[in-house]
Ligand binder design. Structure first.
Ligand SMILES: [Zn+2]
Length: 392
């Protein structure tokens, strides 16, 4: 994720990128998840950005960068404040006696760690920063979210694949410090990630803010958490929207989430999701009113072209045309991909969704059957339960 030759100016790059629609159309696009503050900010690029972007924060050192970007470019930047699961071990849920005690409890929780694990811990410890208390993290988040009424919570989430690198935390802009790093054997315990995540989402619900959610190798935990939040917060859960960003969910898991949570949306990126052909299946099964676009890119010079790349994929998979001009009162039957996705973004941003009502099992199976029947791609294993009922 470190493209581009630094000797080429960003504005020249932007000029040379082919975008699939004119500026009057692109101005309706929103990149719902990107990391522009990971690279040095170019005023040339930011002041000519053809789309709007949701700029994510990930750790303590970039919250203020996102804030500054939103202040400088309020028309194009929706600020997002939050703490990414990759850095959740730097946060302590409870007060701690020492840095070593905090990390020891996190990584060596078993009573008698293997000697090699103990050695790996001793190697890793000098690279780890002094932990921050969760209460301090939440206080800072609250302040930033309140300062920007349109701000979202992000990037937050769950990641069971990520291993802790044996390297000191990079200073921003992080993309300039990307280099191969030795990885320790340690991952961040899921319970710890969940505690950090749930506290942040509770705050988002309290302040009625939407969420950008990262989920990697955590399908079951993600589904369970969403169900738990819905039960815990009741109607307040439906006041906010949640975007599952560049997730690796299976099509079936997505369908389950979509059905159980009226307020959960899906956005995919070329940089992450096109590594697997499964992303086209995910787009195919996703309800047309739950899709959004993102770049997940770490350089503002490329967010428009990357977002347009996914725009073309969505247009192709869904069979929607890309508008080449913009008329204000276009009838819904003639909507192209940009207008559909703009409408989805507006509903996402507004929140206030109708609570999902429990449907009976037979009706859910019928919906499954009908949506699969559209492409005859796959039938669920339990279709036989419906035989005869579909034609009634
Ligand atoms: Zn991201």
């Amino acid at each position: 994720m470190c493209p581009g030759d630094p000797s080429v100016s960003s504005s020249r790059l932007l000029d040379s990128i082919h975008l699939p629609a004119p500026a009057e159309v692109l101005s309706h696009l929103v990149d719902v998840h990107c990391h522009p503050t990971d690279s040095p900010i170019s005023h040339d690029v930011m002041s000519t950005l053809p789309i709007r972007i949701c700029a994510m924060a990930t750790r303590s050192t970039d919250q203020s960068l996102v804030r500054d970007l939103a202040v400088a470019y309020p028309d194009n930047v929706i600020p997002c404040f939050g703490y990414h699961p990759w850095f959740s071990h730097w946060i302590a849920v409870k007060p701690f006696a020492s840095k070593e005690e905090h990390y020891r409890n996190l990584f060596l929780a078993e009573p008698s760690p293997k000697p090699q694990t103990s050695e790996a811990f001793e190697n890793l410890l000098p690279f780890l920063p002094e932990p921050t208390l969760l209460s301090d993290v939440l206080a800072g988040l609250r302040e930033n979210l309140i300062a920007f009424p349109n701000a979202m919570l992000g990037e937050v989430g769950l990641d069971r694949a990520c291993r802790i690198p044996c390297a000191s935390p990079s200073p921003p802009p992080y993309a300039q410090h990307e280099k191969p790093r030795q990885l320790s054997p340690f991952t961040i315990p899921l319970e710890h990630q969940l505690a950090i995540l749930e506290a942040q989402i509770d705050l988002a619900v309290e302040l009625k803010r939407n969420v950008s959610f990262h989920s990697v190798k955590s399908q079951q935990a993600t589904v369970e958490l969403l169900d738990k939040l819905k039960a815990k917060h009741g109607d307040a859960w439906y006041a906010i929207s949640v975007d599952m960003h560049s997730c690796g969910l299976s099509a079936q898991t997505w369908k389950d989430i979509e059905r159980r949570h009226n307020n959960v949306y899906l956005s995919l990126s070329t940089v992450i999701n096109s590594r697997s052909p499964a992303h086209r299946e995910l787009i195919r099964v996703c309800s047309p009113d739950r899709l959004m676009l993102e770049s997940d890119y770490n350089d503002a010079a490329y967010v428009a072209s990357q977002t347009c790349d996914m725009l073309s994929t969505v247009a192709e998979v869904k069979g929607w045309q890309i508008e080449q001009s913009w008329e204000d009162n276009c009838p819904e039957a003639e909507w192209g991909v940009v207008r559909r996705l703009e409408h989805n973004w507006e509903r996402f941003a507004r929140g206030g969704h109708a609570p999902t009502r429990k449907k009976d099992r037979r009706k859910l199976l019928l919906e499954d059957w009908e949506s699969d029947d559209e492409s005859s791609h796959r039938l669920p294993g339990n279709t036989h339960l419906l035989t005869g009922s579909h034609n009634q």
